[in-house]
Design a protein around this ligand. Structure first.
Ligand code: HEC
Ligand code: HEC
Ligand code: HEC
Ligand code: HEC
Ligand code: HEC
Ligand code: HEC
Ligand code: HEC
Ligand code: HEC
Ligand code: HEC
Length: 393
């Protein structure tokens, strides 16, 4: 009996022992980090010990905190610490991960200040977290496109944090008001810029841009090509203004319309100058064409009520709108004559269909009168017949 229980006890001990081999006892005392770590991209390849050292096979202190235990990793250590693996080509090769994040980070505004001993700037864990590091596609990831603005805003919308640096805390709210953020919120499938697309995730600017003020052309290529032809192309940047931001601003990029012609030019050009006159001229061209297109749209709506067949008119209205839409990018040349060519086409299509619909409606009204007269005639005849019948009885 004794030997059996001794055997059983030995077996139990053995089982416990082998379990301890695979067991991670850190989590017994550090359940919070353990829970966070369960979702992490690191969970398959790393364990607590990979980053903190220590002995995970014991549940006792101080033994657990021996064997190269390094304890907490401080803010000033973190970038170089993460880079220990992430800048190492050999270690990253099996995972197909690029190894440039640390090098890029060091060239960024954040990284440069960090190198001067300022640990208040963003470091790896501010954007990625420490234990619950998620891939950018994870819907809860702080670097998911939907959350980037909030991640940056954690510091950049915080007046206390930004005061020492003289940076505006309005950038996040301005960005949220932009056409870009709006389209993002509405679930647009287009490639839209969030903070990291314009500023780069790790570097000062995204690859191939060099200067953040030129980032717009990545997506608005055609507009940039037209802008290239304008007298502003050389002068704006040379005068210290951003290429596009001079009129659209950096972050509060609103839906542009003719009112932009009315409001922006006067911030740099005096009333009555050649430039101001050019602005007024282009504004007038847009306004006239927009009025004509709006009028045609209204008339089509009336024709639909009559009812007339309007498919062909709608098709032509789209053509008129397309000319007008093409004039938007083209107007960045500041070439009023070129803009007029398109707005004239737009207006002539709109006016033409306007006239046609009116003619058709007149014919239709005429026919309606004839039909009404016939009805009247029939009615009178019927009444007359009935009267005649009663009278003849
Ligand atoms: C028996 C419980 C226990 C076990 C097992 C244990 N720890 Fe701890 N650990 C603690 C306590 C208590 C503290 C806080 C007191 C201190 O700083 O020493 C702590 C602190 C830490 C800290 C923060 C140190 C600092 O400088 O603030 C880290 C990191 C840490 N433990 C990692 C680990 C890792 C990794 C393991 C597994 C290899 C582990 N611990 C195992 C109890 C434990
Ligand atoms: C990828 C590296 C990495 C891994 C893996 C990792 N940690 Fe950490 N841990 C950090 C960093 C960086 C910090 C310091 C920053 C912070 O406090 O968030 C930290 C901080 C801690 C602290 C101190 C927390 C505090 O607020 O003082 C504890 C305790 C800790 N880790 C435990 C663990 C445990 C337990 C595991 C395994 C489940 C683990 N860590 C896995 C990187 C790691
Ligand atoms: C001990 C080496 C090591 C350390 C230290 C380390 N990582 Fe990693 N990291 C990896 C490995 C390996 C992977 C790939 C994991 C996989 O794909 O299964 C990875 C993956 C990642 C990814 C996911 C990339 C993707 O989208 O696929 C991010 C983000 C990341 N690490 C950030 C960090 C941060 C931030 C730190 C510092 C707090 C850090 N890592 C510290 C080894 C490390
Ligand atoms: C200011 C925020 C921020 C900081 C600081 C930051 N990252 Fe990132 N990181 C991002 C964003 C955003 C992405 C997603 C990139 C993308 O979508 O292309 C990313 C992606 C990654 C990836 C995925 C691999 C890749 O290149 O696609 C790794 C690994 C990574 N970061 C590691 C680090 C390390 C290591 C540090 C510190 C040296 C760091 N990051 C600092 C925001 C940051
Ligand atoms: C932990 C706080 C923190 C987070 C998170 C953070 N930043 Fe910053 N950022 C700072 C501080 C502090 C400065 C001021 C540094 C300086 O004066 O150069 C700064 C400076 C900047 C600058 C100006 C740098 C320059 O070259 O003048 C830009 C641009 C910037 N951050 C963009 C971002 C973006 C984009 C994100 C998110 C992907 C982000 N930051 C996340 C703290 C943060
Ligand atoms: C559409 C592109 C774009 C997006 C999106 C964008 N920025 Fe900017 N940002 C710029 C440009 C352009 C500048 C001016 C840079 C220059 O002149 O070098 C700038 C300047 C800044 C500055 C410099 C400080 C200042 O007040 O002038 C900070 C900080 C900044 N952005 C943070 C952010 C944050 C945080 C987000 C997201 C909420 C964001 N930006 C989104 C294009 C963008
Ligand atoms: C990553 C690509 C991308 C970048 C970078 C980008 N945009 Fe956009 N932008 C778009 C998309 C896509 C739309 C269309 C949004 C929508 O669905 O309404 C848009 C819309 C606009 C509009 C409104 C157009 C309209 O007809 O309503 C303006 C103005 C604009 N962007 C200006 C800028 C400026 C200025 C910059 C640089 C500071 C910039 N964009 C950077 C993708 C981008
Ligand atoms: C941020 C300042 C700024 C804004 C806003 C601005 N311009 Fe200019 N513009 C300039 C500068 C600088 C020049 C070069 C003029 C010079 O060298 O005297 C210039 C030149 C011109 C020229 C060439 C003729 C000339 O006077 O040299 C025209 C035309 C012009 N702008 C039209 C416009 C129109 C139209 C608008 C509004 C849509 C506008 N500008 C908005 C700064 C601006
Ligand atoms: C001189 C001021 C000025 C500058 C500089 C400027 N824009 Fe515009 N932008 C306007 C005005 C005014 C409109 C409105 C045109 C209209 O009525 O449709 C506009 C319209 C737009 C539109 C919507 C129509 C279209 O083109 O599709 C986009 C996108 C746009 N701008 C992007 C840019 C980009 C990118 C740059 C830099 C390469 C830039 N803008 C530079 C004044 C400017």
């Amino acid at each position: 009996m004794k030997t059996i229980s001794a055997l059983l006890a030995m077996l139990a001990l053995d089982l416990l022992g082998s379990a301890a081999q695979a067991q991670n006892y850190c989590k017994i005392c550090h359940s919070e980090q353990e829970v966070e770590f369960r979702d992490s991209v690191h969970r398959e390849e790393l364990s607590c010990v990979s980053c903190h050292g220590g002995d995970a096979s014991t549940s006792e202190l101080p033994q657990a905190h021996t064997k190269g235990f390094r304890g907490k990793i401080t803010r000033t250590q973190i970038p170089a610490f993460c880079a220990g693996c992430h800048a190492d080509r050999e270690q990253m090769r099996p995972y197909g991960l690029s190894t440039d994040q640390y090098a890029l980070y060091q060239t960024s505004g954040h990284g440069r200040k960090f190198a001067q001993g300022d640990a208040e700037v963003a470091i790896c864990t501010d954007c990625h977290q420490s234990h619950r590091i998620l891939s950018r596609d994870h819907p809860q990831s702080p670097i998911h496109r939907q959350h980037i603005a909030a991640t940056c805003g954690h510091c950049h919308a915080d007046a206390e944090r930004m005061r020492p640096y003289g940076l505006s805390v309005g950038v996040v709210a301005d960005y949220e008001a932009s056409v870009h953020a709006q389209a993002q919120r509405q679930g647009s499938a287009a490639r839209l810029p969030s903070c990291a697309d314009c500023h780069g995730s790790h570097g000062a600017a995204p690859p191939g841009v060099g200067d953040v003020s030129k980032v717009c052309m990545h997506c608005h290529r055609q507009t940039r090509e037209f802008f290239h032809l304008s007298p502003h192309f050389k002068t704006l940047a040379a005068s210290g203004y951003g290429e596009c931001a001079a009129c659209h601003s950096n972050h509060r990029i609103l839906e542009p319309g003719p009112e932009l012609w009315a409001s922006t030019c006067s911030t740099c050009h005096e009333a009555g100058s050649e430039a101001a006159r050019t602005g007024e001229q282009i504004l007038a061209l847009f306004s006239q064409a927009q009025a004509d297109v709006a009028q045609a749209r209204e008339t089509i709506a009336q024709a639909r009520q009559v009812p007339l067949a309007v498919e062909d008119y709608e098709q032509r209205l789209r053509t008129a709108s397309t000319y007008l839409m093409e004039a938007g990018p083209l107007s960045h040349t500041l070439d009023a004559a070129a803009v007029e060519e398109l707005t004239r086409k737009s207006r002539s299509v709109a006016q033409e269909l306007e006239t046609e619909i009116h003619e058709k409606m007149e014919v239709f009204e005429g026919r309606r009168l004839v039909v009404a007269l016939i009805w009247l005639y029939l009615l009178i005849t019927i009444l007359a017949l009935q009267y005649y019948k009663r009278w003849s009885r």
